[in-house]
Every structure is written in structure tokens, then in C-alpha cells.
Design a protein around this ligand. Structure first.
Ligand code: WQD
Length: 337
């Protein structure tokens, strides 16, 4: 079976993809600098699959470190997750975000070319749909961004597209995620950000554990059914399955293609808070706060292309996503004591 390099493979989404790649019979090599994840995730992946991926604590800014991996393994394809991804932080530290995210990808593409590796699946984001498109967002829409993090995704998509146009043997698949949430039912891996989370689901989870006093609902005056922001929350295990299907698709073609990975349904902030309170078994306090700069009212995926080209659909409900998130958190707390 093929060998796949997963950059950022100990991260939230990357680790769930590694599990499904190993279960599908691929050999997996992980390169991660552990800036936003923990080394023990490799052990959890091994425990969940019965197979141990090769792991290199490597920063993609170190091209020679990357070369060493390609010399040590016959890498057939790459799934590229590694990158900084906090919207607010990117506004405060744009130089760090552009340097890290763009140079990492350029190094990876250069080393892939030297090694003759011609398949890359790129972790992009619905954030590239910006604030001027109408929902549901589809792959042919114009892209833009409202913050440096979003622009690093726009620019990386552009770089990959231009390089693939000049290298006919290259296969590039840009996967645009909507809002990944939830955790593997085992409770061993999940989203466990350090500090105060930027994203809604991990923030709500910390209110559910009592680590934070209440949820701040960023605005209830949007033009949506209950006035709060609507997003397309997709279970991280569904998202991971979409990557395995995407990789198989990318191996069968050349050139660049773009596919959304979402459910096609929107849920509001209040709906998510309610769903999580059902999962954790108690009400969750919230206050209505001012809108957050850069937020759009509604965001959900047009899922037609994912179904047509990948055979990808999602069935998991928001209640399931909250249940699995809460299960992961309870499992982490048991481990800690
Ligand atoms: C969801 C909704 C907020 C926090 C971002 C990135 C995107 C991707 C996913 C990386 C919005 C509201 C949030 C809170 C709230 N990240 N909210 N109180 O902004 O849709 O997407 O994360 O790839 O690129 O842009 O996700 O979870 O931050 O917000 O009311 O404490 O919850 O206004 O409506 P977002 P989010």
C-alpha cells in the first residue's frame, strides 16, 4: 500500500485523518513541530489502529529536515495540515503567519518536486469564501479573506494551482472545510486547545466543565432565524473520511481540483449551545456580547461536488458532534486524575 506523509498529523484534524488512513491500509509518516499538539497523540493513534505511524518532530521551515523524511521513506502522497490557524492571532502577528504558512508550503512543494512526489491534498478552509458570496458556498465562487490567516489560505491555494499548472504530472486537491467539531468516539483524540479557545465548540466545552463562566454569544442581531451566527458544523470523523476519499481521487488524476467538505446544513450559535447542554446534561449560561469583527452571518456548504466527485456525504447530527466532544472531554478529565 502507498505511503502518505501527513504534515501536522498530531493536530486535531490531522490525527483523525491518520487514524482513517491507517485503517484504510496506508503507511503513515507524520511530520509535526508540536507547537499546537502533543507527542502522545502518536501513541493514541497506535492504540486506536494497532499500527504505529512513523513520527518526525520537524518544522516545515527546515527544508533539510523535510528532505531527510523523503529520503527515509518512499512518500507517494502528502496531506498537508501543518500551519498556524488562529484568526485573531493572525491579525496581531501577520508576519509570523505569512512566513510560517507560506514558506512551509513552498518548502514542501520544492522537496516533493526533488523527490518526484506528485500528489498533495491541501487543508484549506471555507474562510476563503470571504464575506461577499451568498450561501450555500460552492467551489466556483470567487475567493477573498478578511484576515491574514484567511489570506494565507487564499495565497496557498493560488500557489498550489499555479505550480500544478506548470507541472503537468502534479495532482493537487484543495479541500475547503467548514467548521470541524466533535471527536473520535474512543475519546482518545479530539480538540484540546491550550488557553482560552477562539472557536465556539471548544469554548462551550470549557463552560460545560466550569473552566469558563459563560459563553459569549457574539451578536444576536444577524439576519438569521434566531439572530445568532449560522455555521456548517461537520464531525471531524466525517471530515477525516472525506480526506481518504479525496486522496484516492487525487491519485487518479492530475491538475488541481477544489472540493467542499461540509454537511450542507447550518446551525446557529444558540442551537449549538442547546445541543451541547443536552450532551453534558446541564444548562449552559451565556450572555449576548457584541459582534466579533470579521464574522459573517451565515456560512454553509454546497455539497453537490463532494458527492459527485468523491461520493462523500455526511449523516452525523449536531447532537452526535456534541456527544462525542463531551465524551472526549470527560475522557481527558478521567486521564488527568
Ligand atoms: C462560529 C460561530 C461566531 C466563539 C473559524 C475560522 C475558520 C476555521 C473555523 C480554521 C460564529 C460564534 C464563536 C464564541 C461565539 N478555522 N462564536 N462565541 O469563525 O466560523 O471559523 O474557525 O480553519 O477558518 O474562520 O468559527 O467557532 O470561531 O465561530 O458566538 O466564543 O460562533 O460569531 O458565528 P468561524 P468559530
Amino acid at each position: 500500500m502507498k505511503t502518505i506523509l501527513v504534515t501536522g498529523g498530531t493536530g486535531y484534524i490531522g490525527s483523525h485523518v491518520c487514524v482513517q488512513l491507517l485503517d484504510a491500509g496506508y503507511h503513515v509518516v507524520i511530520a509535526d513541530n508540536l507547537i499546537n499538539s502533543k507527542r502522545e497523540v502518536v501513541d493514541y493513534i497506535a492504540q486506536m489502529t494497532g499500527k504505529t505511524p512513523d513520527f518526525y518532530q520537524t518544522d516545515l521551515l527546515d527544508a533539510d529536515g523535510l528532505r531527510a523524511i523523503f529520503r527515509a521513506h518512499p512518500i507517494d502522497g502528502v496531506i498537508h495540515f501543518a500551519g498556524l490557524k488562529a484568526v485573531g492571532e493572525s491579525v496581531e502577528q501577520p508576519l509570523r503567519y505569512y512566513t510560517n504558512n507560506l514558506t512551509s508550503t513552498l518548502n514542501l512543494l520544492a522537496v516533493m518536486q526533488e523527490a518526484g512526489c506528485t500528489v498533495i491534498v491541501f487543508s484549506s478552509s471555507a474562510t476563503v469564501y470571504g464575506e461577499n458570496n451568498a450561501v450555500p458556498f460552492h467551489e466556483g465562487m470567487p475567493v477573498s479573506a478578511t484576515n491574514p490567516y484567511g489570506y494565507t489560505k487564499v495565497v496557498q491555494e493560488r500557489m498550489l494551482t499555479d505550480i500544478a499548472a506548470a507541472q503537468p504530472e502534479l495532482s493537487v486537491l484543495l479541500l475547503r472545510y467548514f467548521n470541524p467539531v466533535g471527536a473520535h468516539p474512543s475519546g482518545l483524540i479530539g480538540e484540546n486547545p491550550n488557553g482560552i479557545p477562539n472557536n465556539l465548540m471548544p469554548y462551550v466545552a470549557k463552560v460545560a466543565t466550569g473552566e469558563l463562566p459563560h459563553v459569549n454569544v457574539f451578536g444576536n442581531d444577524y439576519d438569521t432565524p434566531d439572530g445568532t451566527g449560522v455555521r456548517d458544523y461537520i464531525h471531524v470523523c466525517d471530515l477525516a473520511r472525506g480526506h481518504v476519499l479525496g486522496l484516492q481521487y487525487a491519485f487518479g488524476r492530475t491538475g488541481t481540483d477544489i472540493v467542499n467538505l461540509g454537511t450542507g446544513h447550518g446551525s446557529s450559535v444558540l442551537e449549538l449551545i442547546h445541543a451541547f447542554s443536552q450532551a453534558c446534561g446541564h444548562d449552559l449560561p451565556y450572555v449576548i456580547a457584541p459582534r466579533r469583527a470579521g464574522d459573517i452571518a451565515e456560512c454553509w456548504a454546497d455539497t453537490k461536488k463532494a458527492k459527485e466527485v468523491l461520493g462523500f456525504t455526511t449523516q452525523v447530527t449536531l447532537a452526535d458532534m456534541c456527544r462525542d466532544s463531551w465524551n472526549f472531554i470527560c475522557h481527558q478529565r478521567e486521564q488527568a486524575h
